[in-house]
Ligand binder design. Structure first.
Ligand SMILES: NC(=O)c1ccc[n+]([C@@H]2O[C@H](COP(=O)([O-])OP(=O)(O)OC[C@H]3O[C@@H](n4cnc5c(N)ncnc54)[C@H](O)[C@@H]3O)[C@@H](O)[C@H]2O)c1
Length: 692
């Protein structure tokens, strides 16, 4: 055995050379790994006794991707084009032997080889899009040549991995080895290549599948049409489309050049920086400064849910999906039945779309036990309350629950705004009480705000964080305050939106600016969707806000066919002349001189007060770090990932610029814009939220 360098060695099995990369934990494509690959292949190629070369990795995976820590640093070691030359132009067949996850640059290295062998558990993928870039080492040019253009688009645009069975079907791997016997399988395949004189097959020369897609622009048109809304403004997505298109339109080398240029152009963009930031932010969010990994975890074998309304049903589905039995309790049979019917209908719809079998539906429903009495929750390890948002009712529920629930059981509230400490004080186990704030629809939205009470015990927090991961959520730890992190900041935007429409803008102006910024919808469209009558009552309504007036007119949002907008039968929104008149009349009555409001002002007044509130949240220790706030906004409110979240956006704009604007607004519009001390401090010190 000959060492090539610290991470690579070269061995011989008769006339087959084996280049092994061993760079824990995931054999990322670092400078050492690149050198090892190039030099290993070159040395094997130069050995006259070698007839074929197997490229394999030690540890748990084939090369799992680029070394993300090298991004933005000066290049070192062998370049990717050099590796490509060594492998693809090697005069002897090179066979990649793949286990674990061949992702990104790792998969691209495998695609430079002449053949690929994988174990059945291997996964393949090009996740670059998730970092705001596109594959930069031939992925967009080679994959379509193997898998066909439509499959390649799916892989490259989604960034999601695919399995070995799929890879074999698409021709991405040439053979499967037995699980755990990759080396043997790859050597056997190499033997066959030598013995049957299989040709040096370069993917760059395979044109059948590319030719088949030529002259079919509808392939790309359909993808564009289906994703226009979701990916508007997302540069990497459009770059990836262009690169795959180039695989069809241009000769291989020119396609490679276009891919490389697109990759290099995207790498330094704010969007790509934002996505890399989010990548790390997602990993950070799980870490809690004073709750170490060694904190004991309580077993959660059975979950109870109180309330089978909008949230209770969705919350239950999360646990059923994870195979955890749920007991759901309501006060009345009708409400309970309605809740169960909704859960089943949701599952049936998923099954109809082919994303679940009918057997899966039955398994999940089989794990669900309905009840009409809190006593049914006596054996649950975790009980989540999702009844009406009313402190007295919640306290009453927790008082009773405390008597019924077994010792050691965790009691959680899904409250959106209420004080979790006050709820905890209604029990004799405040150390076992916390908030689990799910977002609607709770079976879909990824975010969970885990609300830590004053007395919540560390094992309780650790347990709920771990459980969140198990049910596929991303959790952010937050402190007790009105609206926690997400809704507390949302309130700032809503307040400004309401002011803006009196001062001169129309609801559709505000919504357009927020939508164009990249959020799924603006504040007024969102209100119409949620229903304008949340928290409204006919008895107390006094026509004192636009919203009250609309509710009084029975314009309660989408569900009544009218709200801030008019809706047609398919719920398409149209600006409403009625609402326009209501706003103009109301402003006149209030003596407001309406003025023209620029899009810039709408954006700044919507977002800067949110950032300012985020700064206060950090000062008060209600969030652990600025990036957790961004995680909340990306996963709970649809803030576009490629804009990194509100606090990252503040860093991009510059805290000093945000501060200057806030001061300017404060001078003319007062209190609502009073800068947070932390914002002042960052601006004065020339620092960013990320530096905290
Ligand atoms: N809807 C949302 O978007 C959303 C999002 C996050 C959090 N929340 C919070 O979740 C909670 C529930 O909201 P929702 O939208 O699901 O309300 P909902 O009105 O749809 O459901 C509440 C259910 O609780 C039942 N209920 C009331 N008292 C009960 C009791 N004592 N025992 C058992 N069941 C009882 C009601 O019959 C009703 O079915 C609230 O605290 C709310 O603030 C709501």
């Amino acid at each position: 055995m000959a060492a090539i360098n610290s991470v690579a060695d070269l061995t011989r099995e008769g006339d087959i050379a084996v280049v092994t990369i061993n760079s824990p934990p995931v054999n990322a494509l670092s400078a050492d790994v690149r050198n090892g690959l190039r030099n290993g292949v070159d040395q094997a190629a130069a050995d006259p006794a070698v007839k074929a070369i197997v490229l394999i990795c030690g540890g748990r995976t084939f090369i799992a991707g680029a070394d993300i820590s090298e991004f933005g640093k000066p290049p070192k070691g062998a370049t990717v084009p050099e590796i490509q030359t060594s492998i693809e132009n090697c005069p002897k067949p090179v066979i990649a032997a793949i286990h674990g996850t061949a992702l990104g640059g790792g998969f691209e290295v495998a695609l430079m080889c002449h053949y690929r062998v994988g174990v059945p558990s291997a996964k393949f993928g090009l996740p670059e899009i998730k970092l705001g870039i596109i594959p930069g080492a031939g992925g967009t040019q080679r994959l379509p040549r193997l898998s066909g253009v439509e499959n390649a688009l799916e892989v490259i645009l989604s960034g999601n991995p695919f399995g070995a069975k799929q890879a074999l079907e698409w021709g991405v791997v040439d053979a499967l080895a037995d699980e755990g016997k990759l080396r043997e399988g790859a050597l056997a395949f190499a033997r066959k290549v030598i013995d049957t004189r299989m040709p040096l097959r370069k993917i760059r020369d395979l044109n059948d599948k590319i030719d088949a897609a030529r002259g079919h622009p509808e392939i790309f048109e359909k993808v564009r049409r289906d994703n226009a809304r979701k990916y508007r403004g997302f540069e990497a997505w459009h770059g990836a489309m262009r690169a795959v298109q180039a695989a069809i339109d241009l000769p291989f080398d020119q396609g490679m050049k276009l891919e490389r240029e697109t990759f290099l152009n995207l790498l330094p963009t704010a969007q790509s920086r934002a996505q890399r930031y989010v990548f790390f932010a997602e990993r950070q969010a799980w870490k809690i400064a004073d709750v170490p990994d060694s904190t004991p975890i309580l077993p959660i074998k059975k979950v109870g849910v109180i309330g089978a309304g909008t949230m209770g049903g969705g919350i239950s589905m999360n646990f059923l999906n994870a195979g955890i039995p749920v007991t759901i309790v309501e006060t009345a049979k009708e409400a309970l039945d309605r809740g169960l019917v909704t859960i089943r209908r949701n599952y049936d719809n998923t099954a109809k779309k082919g994303r679940m079998t009918q057997a899966d539906v039955e398994t999940r429903m089989g794990l669900l036990s309905p009840g009409l009495n809190l006593d049914a929750l006596a054996d649950c390890d975790l009980i989540i309350e999702a009844v009406y948002e009313n402190m007295d009712i919640k306290k009453e529920v927790f008082r009773k629950l405390d008597k019924v629930a077994k010792q050691g059981a965790i009691l959680a509230s899904n409250t959106s705004y209420l004080n979790v400490d006050e709820i905890a004080a209604a029990t004799n186990r405040p150390d076992h009480v916390l908030g689990m704030h799910f977002f609607s629809p709770a079976n879909v939205m990824r975010l969970l705000e885990v609300v830590r009470g004053e007395k919540t015990a560390k094992p309780v927090i650790a347990t709920v964080m771990q459980l969140a991961r198990k049910i596929g959520k991303i959790a952010a730890l937050v402190g007790v305050c009105h609206g926690f992190v997400g809704n507390r900041m949302l309130h700032q935007r809503q307040r400004e939106a309401n002011k803006l429409i009196l001062e001169g803008a129309m609801p559709w102006d505000v919504d357009r600016v927020i939508y164009d910024f990249g959020l799924p919808m603006g504040p007024f469209a969102m209100s119409d969707l949620a229903g304008l009558d949340i928290g409204w009552s006919k008895e107390t309504s006094k026509s004192s806000t636009i919203r009250e007036i609309l509710c009084e007119m029975d314009r309660r949002g989408q569900k009544t066919g009218a709200g801030f907008y008019d809706y047609d039968e398919s719920r398409n929104a149209k600006p409403s002349p009625v609402v326009e008149k209501i706003i103009l009349d109301f402003a006149a009555k209030k003596g407001i001189n309406r003025r023209t409001i620029s899009d810039d002002e709408i954006l700044e007044r919507s977002i800067y007060p949110m950032i300012n509130e985020g700064a206060k949240i950090l000062e008060e220790g209600k969030a652990q770090r600025a990036s957790d706030i961004d995680i909340v906004w990306i996963n709970g409110y649809g803030w576009p990932v490629y804009r990194g979240g509100p606090m990252f956006y503040a860093d991009l704009v510059g805290p000093d610029k945000v501060l200057a604007k806030m001061k300017e607004f404060e001078a003319t519009m007062g209190e609502d814009f009073k800068p947070a001390p932390l914002l002042e401090k960052l601006a004065a010190e020339g620092k960013r939220f990320q530096d905290l």
